[in-house]
Design a protein around this ligand. Structure first.
Ligand SMILES: Nc1ncnc2c1ncn2[C@@H]1O[C@H](COP(=O)(O)OP(=O)(O)OP(=O)(O)O)[C@@H](O)[C@H]1O
Length: 753
């Protein structure tokens, strides 16, 4: 094959020579074309980006008030529909989107300042001590570099002079300096890592405090739409941000010290040569300044690029953890194809973004290297040679002698050149690091925006300020919801009463509204007093669990008043038990007492004998016999569905709350055990609020709240013999929305919507 190609090339060259084109000319043409094509390929992304940018600027210029064409269309529509409110909405959205693009701007500086205040909270703290030691090491390293450069110059001088004694002495000194130099190098890396870890710890502690304040961990994913993968931000993003800040600190400060001290050292050595000390630095400043400016202009937006990469990484991780969490269900369904496709899709989205970054880096690094390696080296050579070339020569080719130095000549010039060259190399390295730090700073802007954005969202969410794309915001909701800046206003009132004589829960005209602003029930009014065991029924999706979310304070209330008692007599007011109970990490004891810790259990004077009694009540004594209280296992997979539900009921008996919110929590428990659990709960004085579809549970309740799935509801006392009557009255209720007609001696406090 190579022979065929070479034969073909030879023949082609001969043919072209016959036509009057020399081989040299043709080769040059080919190389030139190849280089041009390569250059075009490398610059294509930039040209494309530039064209897109100028296109969008033109579009924006064409539109009024700085809005794009699309937004302008929206604006025109908005003016027709509802002038002020909608214009405001669009402008806010526009500002929000603009705010989201991370880069080197004022917002980045403000966000970084806030994060630095978290990472270094006081002047006297561990971080400042680390920073001080780190800075000392960085300065020492610079002095050592200058000293080593001077030593190398002296070594070369003694070689040129053939001065063996001094040469050996200098060499020994040189080896001697290597020990502290290498120690300081290693120390710099150690301190950088320690600093990154210290910063990370501060940020993580701050983030965890915010994440667990006011149930933010729930609200941020259910009620707010700004953060998709909080786990990724809390782990990877914080870690990358902290490492990046610590790395940048040494990458920015050391080159600055280097440049300052090397500049002084070079000026001193030039002055020793009696040369002009302004020309060289002036030339270097002009060249470096110009090239840096060019690089800054053509630099891709690495901040946005890495931010998007982190986003896609987070999504990939989310898909992975979803598969791990639901592995059994997926395996039963045989859903591996769908999951595989989703994973593949998430991965290819990440790969596309990474490829995009690599491509943009390719041509940028090429340009950067061209300037830094070649343009700057050339300038450096000019700088170093200037003192030698511009120093006055004596007649006969001899250089003018220095005062008090009769040996001034070739060896001195060699020493000067070697020292200056070494200093210059260190200086060039410092400038190169400063320049490449620009890329890192832009990337840091991306991480800063993600971490600072997360804190901002956590803070707002914990204060009840949410932002979510609300699909139903535009539709007519009968005036139940009030919107401000496109978001519903939670104008309901929650009153936490601390009156121990009145432990009742009451809702007064409270609407049940989902986070998507779907109104499930327009207004709900009822009072539940202790001992009023309430049965909550209705079709799927009618708002039963949503009522529990409102009572537990997870969902905001958009109207009316909710009164709930505070914790009293050492008992929690409410305790919620879901259909799929949560098993925490830890021992068997931890499962029973969750969310208490062992320390809290001991402070309540609860013994293991009492825990055994509780386990007996839910027919789980055999688990203690099988595994001890201290046994640590993955309880989610170890216990069966029914056992997990019974464990959750054990928690209820441990905490003995005033009210139990039971959300189909015994659906997998056998009917006999279920009945005994309900009887025990009532005998303990726990008021039950039960969501169930099982008629066998009706007999344990005194009242019923029935939703019809259309926004209607009925709240009334339940007949004592309700269990037999349920199926009939239930049927009639679903069809005509009427309350039970055979309500017993209790006065129905029913209010119908
Ligand atoms: N986090 C959420 N975000 C948006 N909508 C939600 C959310 N949770 C529930 N909903 C919606 O609220 C409505 C009521 O849901 P809810 O869970 O209260 O139903 P339910 O009566 O308990 O149903 P089921 O008997 O099936 O458990 C449903 O239409 C549901 O889709």
């Amino acid at each position: 094959m190579p022979t065929v190609v070479s034969k073909f090339a030879k023949r082609s060259f001969d043919k072209l020579e016959e036509l009057g084109y020399s081989k040299e000319l043709v080769s040059r043409g080919l190389i030139g074309t190849a280089l041009l094509a390569y250059g075009l390929k490398l610059s294509y992304p930039y040209i494309k980006q530039h064209l897109e940018r100028s296109q969008s600027t033109t579009n924006e210029n064409k539109c009024d008030s700085g809005l794009s064409r699309n937004e302008n269309n929206n604006l025109t529509k908005a003016i027709i529909e509802d002038p002020e409110e909608k214009i405001e909405k669009i402008i806010i959205e526009k500002k929000r989107r603009r705010k989201k693009l991370p880069g080197l701007n004022l917002e980045f500086i403000l966000q970084l300042k806030k994060l630095i205040q978290i990472m270094v909270p006081r002047i006297l703290c561990e971080e400042t001590a680390l920073l001080a030691v780190h800075t000392t090491c960085l300065i020492s390293r610079t002095f050592l570099s200058i000293y080593v450069a001077a030593m190398e110059g002296a070594i070369v001088k003694y070689i040129v002079r053939k001065d063996v004694k001094n040469f050996v002495l200098m060499l020994l000194k040189w080896f001697g300096i290597a020990i502290p130099a290498t120690f300081i190098n290693s120390m710099i890396r150690y301190l950088e890592n320690k600093l990154a870890l210290a910063f990370r710890t501060r940020l993580v502690n701050h983030a965890y405090d915010m994440y667990f304040k006011n149930q933010t961990y729930y609200k941020v994913s259910n009620l707010d739409g700004r953060i998709e993968n909080a786990d990724h931000r809390l782990t990877d993003d914080i870690s990358t941000f902290s490492s990046s800040v610590a790395h940048l600190y040494s990458h920015l400060t050391k080159p600055c010290f280097d440049l300052m001290l090397i500049g002084i050292a070079m000026a001193r050595s030039s002055r020793k040569m009696k040369a002009n000390i302004v020309m060289g630095p002036a030339l270097a400043t002009i060249v470096i300044g110009t090239t840096a400016h060019i690089l800054r202009i053509v630099s891709p937006k690495f901040g946005q690029l890495v931010s998007e990469e982190a986003n896609r990484n987070g999504y990939l991780r989310h898909v992975h953890s979803k598969i791990i969490t639901n592995a059994e269900e997926i395996a039963f369904y045989g859903g591996h194809k769908v999951e595989h496709a989703q994973l593949q899709d998430a991965y290819s989205r990440l790969v596309n973004q990474m490829n995009n970054i690599f491509t943009q880096k390719l041509w940028f690094i090429m340009l950067e290297q061209f300037f830094m390696k070649y343009v700057w080296s050339g300038t450096g050579m000019v700088m170093v040679s200037l003192p030698i070339l511009t120093v006055n020569s004596l007649p006969g080719g001899k250089t003018r002698k220095n005062k008090g130095d009769p040996e001034f000549g070739v060896s001195e010039r060699t020493q000067y050149f070697t020292t200056a060259r070494n200093l210059l190399l260190s200086g060039a390295d410092a400038v190169e690091r400063l320049m490449s730090s620009y890329k890192e700073i832009v990337a840091l802007a991306g991480y800063t925006s993600r971490v600072a954005g997360m804190f901002e969202v956590f803070d707002e969410v914990s204060q009840g300020i949410y932002q979510k794309t609300v699909v139903s915001a535009e539709r007519n909701d009968g005036g139940i919801l009030e919107f401000k800046n496109g978001q519903p206003v939670a104008k309901g009132t929650i009153v936490c009463s601390d009156n121990e004589n009145d432990m009742s829960i009451s809702l007064e005209n409270v609407p049940v509204v989902t986070p998507n602003c779907d109104i499930v029930v327009s207004s709900l009014t009822l009072t539940i007093a202790p001992g009023m065991h309430l049965l909550i029924t209705g079709p799927n999706g009618c708002g039963k669990s949503s009522l529990f979310r409102i009572l537990s304070g997870l969902w905001p209330i958009y109207g009316g008043t909710l009164r709930i008692p505070k914790r009293s007599q050492g008992k929690p007011c409410m305790f919620y038990i879901p259909q799929r109970p949560y098993m925490s990490c830890g021992s068997l004891r931890d499962q029973i007492i969750y969310p208490d810790t062992r320390k809290e259990m001991l402070s309540k004077n609860i013994t293991e004998c009492q825990l055994r009694e509780i386990m007996k009540l839910v027919a789980l004594e055999h688990i203690i016999d099988r595994d001890s209280f201290d046994e640590i296992r993955d309880w989610k997979d170890t216990l069966s569905g029914g056992e997990k539900q019974r464990m959750a009921m054990a928690r209820l008996f441990y905490h003995k709350p005033h009210y139990a919110l039971l959300d189909e929590c015994t659906s997998a428990v056998s009917i006999d055990v279920e009945s005994s659990i309900y009887e025990t709960a009532i005998s303990m004085g726990i008021t039950l609020l039960t969501i169930t579809h099982r008629p066998t549970l009706w007999k344990f309740h005194t009242h019923i709240l029935e939703f019809d799935g259309q926004g209607g509801w009925v709240f009334e006392a339940l007949a004592k013999d309700a269990q037999q009557k349920v199926p009939i009255s239930k049927q009639s209720l679903f069809h005509n929305h009427k309350p039970f007609t055979d309500a017993p001696e209790m006065t129905p406090s029913a209010v119908s919507a």
